[in-house]
Design a protein around this ligand. Structure first.
Ligand code: ATP
Length: 356
């Protein structure tokens, strides 16, 4: 169990990279730290590994603070984006290396036996005699992960481990990483800025922005129940439809059209929605283009095919609404009446907090 408690990090130049970050990771879970560039993901990993010292808060492994524990004594495996393999050593020598130095130091024959066991697990046995320079990016990353695992760490930290790989390989290696982590039963924290990667690989996701945790939840929860406007905008592809609205006289005013506030499901209201300005958000699969019966008539000006589905883009007086339909419903330059599924929509106040 990893407990991060009110962690703060202010760098020497006065920049605050993390503010009161708290979360817990259960033993054996694979958790993703997700967020835009610069939000503090790598800083958290470096603090957990002991490569940085926090300016406040605590980091506990199984209930005991490790703040004063040296990095080498935290029993952590770290896998970086750039692999960091030794170029003059073979794959086998690279994997064995941590077992031949420092606290893991053991006889060469024993180290080789353990290295070969793990190389079997990560499917790199046949690369044993090769030098890193002759391997593909995916193979190098597998070697780096194997080298981290042979040390039998309690915790595996992976900092954007797939970002140097091409799209197809990323898909394969991320499935492999999940399988491995589960097979070895290790607790893993995986940093990525790619929401799809995080959604597919994680048991839970910590979504960060500007050094602050926005939501820590199951992947599907982030999508279905975003805590705030940042989360709603960050998670989901295509990006969620957002519209500025004002509420007055029991009506939601979208500019070109109005919808009674009573269209919203009472039980989903987080607070009373009083008169004022809000952001209305609805995912494109919750907007259905029909012949009639919708909240507004709009013309579709573009469509984008995404595999078996198609995104229709509707536009009217600057208001853009996207709707996902199946390929056989792909149309262009036709007017449709847009039906909103209000029971799946969200409303955020001006501070970005969710009120519905
Ligand atoms: P990326 O996805 O781009 O790697 P990240 O979420 O991992 O980003 P961090 O590397 O944790 O972000 O950095 C968080 C913030 O702290 C950034 O704004 C960065 O510029 C700043 N920062 C990082 N290291 C230092 C440092 N040594 N001194 C001052 N500021 C720093």
């Amino acid at each position: 169990m990893i407990d991060i408690i009110n962690l703060n990090k202010r760098f020497d130049n006065g920049f605050t990279a993390l503010e009161s970050v708290s979360f817990s990771v259960k033993k054996g879970d694979l958790v993703c730290l997700l967020g835009p560039s610069g939000c503090g993901k790598s800083t958290i990993l470096n603090l957990i590994a002991g490569l940085l010292t926090p300016t406040g808060g605590d980091i506990q492994f199984d209930g005991a603070s490790v703040i004063k524990t040296a990095p080498k004594d935290r029993n952590i495996g770290f896998v970086f984006q750039n692999y960091a393999l030794y170029p003059h050593m073979t794959v086998l020598e690279n994997v064995m290396f941590p077992l031949t130095v420092g606290k893991h130091k053991m006889a060469k024959a024993e180290a080789q036996k353990i290295a070969e066991e793990y190389m079997k697990l990560t499917n790199i046995e046949e690369l044993s005699g090769k030098k890193p320079g002759t391997l593909s990016g995916g193979q190098q990353q597998r070697v780096a992960i194997t080298r981290a695992l042979v040390q039998k760490p309690d915790i595996l930290l992976l900092d954007e481990p797939l970002s140097n790989l091409d799209a197809r390989l990323r898909l394969r290696i991320r499935e492999e990483i999940r399988r491995l982590v589960k097979e070895v039963g290790i607790t893993a924290i995986f940093v990525t800025h790619d929401q799809e990667e995080a959604l597919s690989i994680s048991d839970k996701i910590i979504l960060m922005n500007e050094g602050v945790v926005q939501q820590y939840a199951l992947p599907q929860e982030l999508y279905l129940e975003p805590a705030n406007l940042f989360v709603a905008n960050f998670i989901g592809s295509p990006i969620i439809n957002t519209m500025k609205i004002t509420v007055a006289d029991g009506q939601m005013n979208f500019g070109d059209f109005q919808v009674p506030l009573s269209s919203l499901t009472d039980s989903r209201k987080k607070t009373e929605i009083t008169d004022g300005s809000y952001t209305f958000a609805i995912r494109s699969e919750d907007v259905k283009p029909e012949i009639s019966g919708g909240v507004v008539e709009m013309e579709t000006d573009d469509n984008e095919v995404i595999g078996r589905d198609c995104i229709l883009r509707f536009e009217k007086n600057g208001l853009v609404v996207k709707s996902v339909v199946t390929l056989d419903q792909a149309v262009k330059n036709v007017t449709r009446s847009l039906i909103f599924n209000f029971s799946k929509a969200f409303v955020f106040n001006e501070a970005g907090e969710r009120v519905y």
